[in-house]
Design a protein around this ligand. Structure first.
Ligand SMILES: O=C(CO)[C@@H](O)[C@H](O)COP(=O)(O)O
Ligand SMILES: [Fe+2]
Length: 221
């Protein structure tokens, strides 16, 4: 199982996006949080800025859409060149149809679940998605504390994936740091988003490497 590190640029200096993206050239993806002030009570950036990030980023873009009406808006992020587009189950009307649209536009299709959203309704549909994002904080803000109560959901999901022949990634997002990444990896996550842990570190590149080694050491085999 691949270990994937996807730093969130939510905590970076938005006035120097190109310089901040350069710091994470050793990561696997750049995680970009799109918030619309409807689905979550915060507003970040939208398609025109994401298009510029795709062009400037040294690594592929992993878009996390915290937006209402993803059925309407998400395909444009795939068409803009995001390598991975993740939308929220709670906001989507037809998640399978949308995932198929994202894949046919060339992106990996991700389904995100808030901490209190059960994974069980999606377990028979895992083959429709490339990644399930288990939110480990309530979406909307960086710098929150990791919710240990999400760990059993990660494990149930990983066990269900193991019963299929689909290679579905399990992403965790929220409160991931040196203190928490091993718990998430041990539970069964393989894609790790870290915002404040990476961008508040003295050396962001070294922090990416440190998180990767901790996850590799802890990942259940
Ligand atoms: O989607 C979100 C927040 O809703 C995240 O991607 C945050 O950006 C993660 O930040 P940290 O918890 O790692 O500081
Ligand atoms: Fe995110």
């Amino acid at each position: 199982m691949a270990i994937v590190i996807s730093p969130s640029i939510l905590s970076c200096d938005f006035a120097d996006l190109r310089g901040e993206l350069a710091k994470i050239a050793g990561a696997d993806f750049a995680h970009v949080d799109v918030m619309d002030n409807h689905f979550v009570p915060n507003l970040t950036l939208g398609l025109p800025v994401v298009e510029r990030i795709v062009a400037a980023s040294p690594v592929p873009v992993d878009a996390h859409l915290m937006i209402a009406e993803p059925d309407r808006w998400a395909p444009a992020y795939a068409e803009a060149g995001c390598a991975s587009v993740t939308f929220h189950a709670e906001a989507a009307t037809a998640p399978v149809r949308l995932a198929r649209e994202l894949r046919s536009a060339g992106a990996r299709a991700g389904l995100a679940l808030r901490p209190a959203t059960p994974v069980e309704p999606y377990l028979d549909l895992l083959g429709e998605f490339d990644m399930i994002l288990v939110m480990t904080v309530e979406p909307g803000f960086g710098g929150q504390s990791f919710l240990d109560g999400t760990l059993p959901k990660i494990t149930r999901l990983r066990e269900a994936i193991a019963r299929t022949d689909a290679d579905v990634w399990v992403q965790v997002d929220g409160g991931i740091s040196r203190a928490t990444i091993e718990r998430a990896a041990d539970a069964g996550a393989n894609v790790f988003v870290a915002g404040s842990a990476v961008y508040s570190a003295q050396d962001a590149a070294a922090e990416v490497d440190a998180l990767r080694s901790l996850a590799q050491g802890a990942h259940r085999h």
